[in-house]
Design a protein around this ligand. Sequence first.
Ligand code: FAD
Length: 456
Amino acid sequence: MSQKNITLIGSGLVGSLLAIYLAKRGHKVNVFERRGDMRAENISAGRSINLALSDRGWKGLEAVGIGDEIRKVAIPMYGRIIHTITGEINYQPYGKDKQAIWSVSRGGLNCELMTLAERNENVKIHFNERCSNVDIRSGKAEFENQLTQKKRFQESDHVIGTDGGFSAARLQLQLQTDRFEYSQHYLEHGYKELSIPAGKNGEFLLEKNALHIWPRGGYMLIALPNIDGSFTCTLFFPFEARQNESAGQGDHSFAALSDKKKVKAFFEKIFPDALPLMPTLEDDFFNNPTGSLVTVKCSPWNFKDKLLLIGDAAHAIVPFYGQGMNCGFEDCRVFDEMISKENDWEKLFSAFGKSRKPNSDAIADMAVENFIEMRDLVGDKKFLLRKKIEALINQKHPDKWTPQYTLVTFSPDVPYSEAQRHGIQHNAIMDKVMEIPGIEEKWDSPEVEGFILKML
Ligand SMILES: Cc1cc2nc3c(=O)[nH]c(=O)nc-3n(C[C@H](O)[C@H](O)[C@H](O)COP(=O)(O)OP(=O)(O)OC[C@H]3O[C@@H](n4cnc5c(N)ncnc54)[C@H](O)[C@@H]3O)c2cc1C
């Protein structure tokens, strides 16, 4: 295959990894990034935001030989720890054999990926260059320098938009092509990052190797560990008061928590075991922005062989399955596999989008559904029993029943769309199982087991 000149828009997580893949195949890659170089700034002094990396993400990293370097700065989380409002703690392992998802620093991972990309002489990252236009017919991309406001034009064989959920590249597909399918859906919830610092001697103040969840029905707080002993917490919370607020709950929304006193009183009542660990809560609450949560679906992901979208630019999803980045890394790996089999880049771009779209649509929908599970159900007795039954069937008949969570998170060879299909089938079966009279007592009986096996 001949060497191509490729322009990538955005050196985020996906753009940086894709640059590594393309350069390894001998292509010349110019990456244009709107922001300055994070590595030149002291990112550890800023907020530390972390993400859960799971098997699909690892597979994407390992295929270019960088899994081990990233693993050194990642913390395994072997299960969820549920914190109830009355202070009880409930541990739910993610899977058997110490299966784990890994907490990694978003900034740290991004910096590492950029450095690894730049190690290849075929990759050049241009910072402070915001893409303002792409002429999709010629592939000429326009960038405006954020420091000098100078414009430049970049010509290349192919342009790939890895510029995230609010992609400028995607906008050009919308503006310049006919019948471009596009939808965006915002949740009523936003998110706010908060912090639990390390203890006096740098120790973790909560169990280190777990993802902590404070589910409160309708909203939740979560916390993931950082290697410096701190935890990054995220409050997923309604922007505005909702109509069906249950009696006595009060107005629980970002709009209602309008001053520091209200924030403290709210945490005292709702997250009493977390509050003492959050000395900077009130400042964090008002200094940190409130983020919105959007699902973006679009199609097609390419225009001929000129422009292609990958990562969040093609499929932004809500974070409740912890799969946005993982899916983007899987995009990179699958794209690379397809390059090796297809010389015609128009066919390659088109086939890639067509093969990935059913999977990104599936994880987008599962992510929204998982929000309901995390915020409302993980503390619910019936839900816990349901999960216990599923785990038992999985343990006894691993060839017949693998939970959807395991398929999504720990089975990188199973497409997301297949995981979704299994989940739908399992849910229908479990709805019936939970209707069996006396299920609480006989959940582990041969009768229930036989009932399930018959329905599979
Ligand atoms: C609260 C939250 C929690 C999350 N948790 C997880 C998790 O636990 N696990 C997981 O797998 N995923 C998670 N995600 C999703 C994950 O963050 C995204 O899927 C991932 O960052 C997508 O990578 P990307 O490179 O496609 O986009 P981005 O990371 O958004 O990178 C896009 C890059 O393009 C640049 N850019 C944007 N516009 C332009 C332009 N016009 N010109 C030039 N450059 C531009 C940006 O500056 C940025 O560097 C979470 C998301 C949120 C919001």
